[in-house]
Design a protein around this ligand. Structure first.
Ligand SMILES: [Zn+2]
Length: 343
């Protein structure tokens, strides 16, 4: 039986077709129209409708490149089901190189939004109604906030045996955080509607980090394969092992000053270990930033200038720290060439 066309923003995509759709989002005060760019790849055969989106935070651009490479991948040819790829959701912030919307709101705190609400609420409502509500599965692509970088990691609400857990394990990021849902986030909205949803966090805002992009593309393709969306034969390489964190916390600047980090992203650290030192410019006053737990550094500041209390090192805790360490090592060695910058 022939599959029905897929309709998005008033455009019909026939089975076996792929179409780029500009979803109108606003008319700027310059009179220029503004769109959310979407590409729909509608397979001939039944299957999931997977939404892959980047740039909900407008300065988080690794995900934009992940979506571009995904759409160019030969592996998605002849896919089952439907891929809805949105490289840039917050088009306002993307143009301004900022996380936020022009009204200073965070779009990822505005869901589900409302057509009569704030600018953020209206953009959230439009994205949700026109795009998100069509999806049966979602992968939302993020990076660390400005001047912060993240070890590639999946954040999801995992319950044993759930579809979300199957997707999280298939992705192949070294670390999975069973992260709390934040009110107003896309993940919160989708999870409450029963749509399995992953957030992939990797690299730094306003940067292209190859060690975050390559595993991101591979991860999305692995999830698609797990969901039965990819049809072609494939080198059946198992994903690197992922380790589930049982919690995480930030080590913060003990004083105002200039930071000299002593550990790298992905490092295993011990409770009480010195992660870095913060000193005034003369070096008169200096204090160590220490780890409050045994764990792995999954996020850190890239800006050496710190005010007291600022978050500098994100440490994830694990029941099996050796296994977490080997998951990170296995992940690093799966990248060719091995990254020499941050790891
Ligand atoms: Zn983000």
């Amino acid at each position: 039986m022939a599959r029905a066309p897929f309709e998005l923003a008033g455009v019909k995509v026939m089975p076996g077709n792929r179409i780029q759709i500009d979803v109108p989002v606003a008319r700027l005060y310059t009179h220029a129209p503004l769109h959310i760019p979407v590409e729909v790849v509608h397979g001939r055969q039944q299957g999931p409708v997977l939404l892959v989106c980047g740039g909900i935070h407008g300065d988080e651009i690794n995900g934009v490149e992940i979506v571009r490479r995904l759409l160019r991948s030969k592996q998605i040819q002849g896919l089952r089901g439907t891929l809805v790829a949105v490289p840039i959701v917050n088009v306002f912030g993307f143009m301004q190189h900022t996380r936020y919307l022009p009204d200073r709101r965070d779009l990822n705190r505005c869901f589900p939004g409302s057509e009569s609400g704030s600018l953020g609420g209206r953009v959230a409502a439009l994205f949700r109604e026109q795009i998100v509500d069509h999806a049966t599965h979602i992968i939302d692509l993020h990076t660390g906030a400005i001047h912060r970088t993240n070890l590639p990691q999946i954040r999801a609400q995992l319950s044993p045996g759930s579809e979300t857990e199957r997707m999280a394990n298939a992705f192949g990021a070294p670390v999975i955080l069973n992260a709390e849902l934040r009110e107003g986030s896309l993940r919160h909205y989708a999870q409450n509607r029963g749509i399995p949803v992953l957030t992939y966090e990797a690299g730094e805002a306003l940067r292209f980090d190859e060690w975050a992009i390559t595993p991101g593309v591979r991860g999305v393709l692995r999830v698609m394969r797990r969901l039965g969306m990819l049809t072609g034969e494939h080198r059946r390489r198992l994903p690197p092992a992922a380790e589930l964190a049982n919690g995480s916390s930030w080590a913060r600047a003990p004083i105002d000053g200039i930071l000299r980090p002593k550990v790298r992203l992905g490092a295993r650290v011990a409770k009480g270990e010195v992660l870095g030192k913060v000193a005034d410019p003369f070096g008169n006053a200096e204090e160590a930033v220490t780890s409050m737990a045994d764990g792995i550094v999954i996020g850190m500041s890239r800006l050496p200038l710190a005010n007291e209390g600022e978050a500098l090192f994100h440490i994830a805790r694990f029941d099996e720290i050796e296994e977490a360490e080997s998951a990170v090592e296995g992940f690093q060695s799966s990248l060719e060439p091995p990254p020499d910058s941050l790891f």
